[in-house]
Ligand binder design. Structure first.
Ligand code: 5GP
Length: 184
């Protein structure tokens, strides 16, 4: 079986419906990387990934940015094993190093209600970075509760619960190479 083919994965996961195929995802991530490389040519950024969902996106994105970037992670509490936001946001893991006067690009998996991003941006802004922007792979406009300024967005998607490419349901499906809707 050739698992570089999305359909082969679906045989193992029949409960899924592909929303963004892996080729489309990869092409868009490369585009975002090119754009970021142009915009930050004079100021290579620190990429701040939000664990755990942004890990796969961050790993691919940074390899499409031909600049001397660094990366670090924060972890913020989110859904747990449920599919609805609890509205509770808390920093579980902080950055390893200071960001004062650094150019910071937050890399997020999905802008859903925006509670996570707006909380995180508030925390990071207090540390007075040279600049602070956001790159999100996905955005669900119908679900936004808080307006967040997004510099780079991969795809806008409908109000469906999605998994894959880092996004989970009860810690499953993060390793799928595509974004899928979970049926049932
Ligand atoms: P927020 O509602 O604060 O914008 O998003 C919080 C977090 O919830 C996201 O970073 C993401 O980890 C998770 N989340 C939001 N929507 C989805 C979704 O459709 N699928 C999955 N797997 N996680 C989601």
């Amino acid at each position: 079986m050739n698992y570089s083919n999305d359909d082969a994965w679906l045989k193992r996961f029949p409960e899924l419906e592909i929303l963004i195929p892996s080729e489309t995802l990869q092409a868009r991530v490369r585009e975002l990387g090119c754009q970021i490389a142009q915009d930050y040519a004079a100021n290579p950024p620190l990429l701040v990934g939000v664990l755990k969902g942004s890990l796969v996106f961050l790993a691919d994105l940074m390899r499409s940015i031909p600049l001397p970037v660094s990366y670090d992670f924060v972890a913020i509490s989110s859904y747990g094993a449920e599919t609805q936001s609890t509205g509770q946001v808390r920093l579980i893991k902080d950055l390893d190093s200071p960001i004062h006067k650094r150019h910071v690009l937050v890399v997020e998996d999905i802008y859903d209600t925006g509670l996570t991003l707006s909380y995180l941006l508030g925390q990071l802004r207090q540390r007075e970075p040279a600049s602070l922007k956001v790159c999100t792979l996905l955005s669900k406009p119908e679900r936004h509760q808080v307006e967040v300024d997004i510099a780079y967005c991969g795809f806008t998607i409908p109000d469906r619960f999605v998994v894959g490419y880092g996004l989970d349901y009860a810690e499953r499906y993060r390793n799928l190479p595509f974004i899928a809707v979970l049926n049932g």
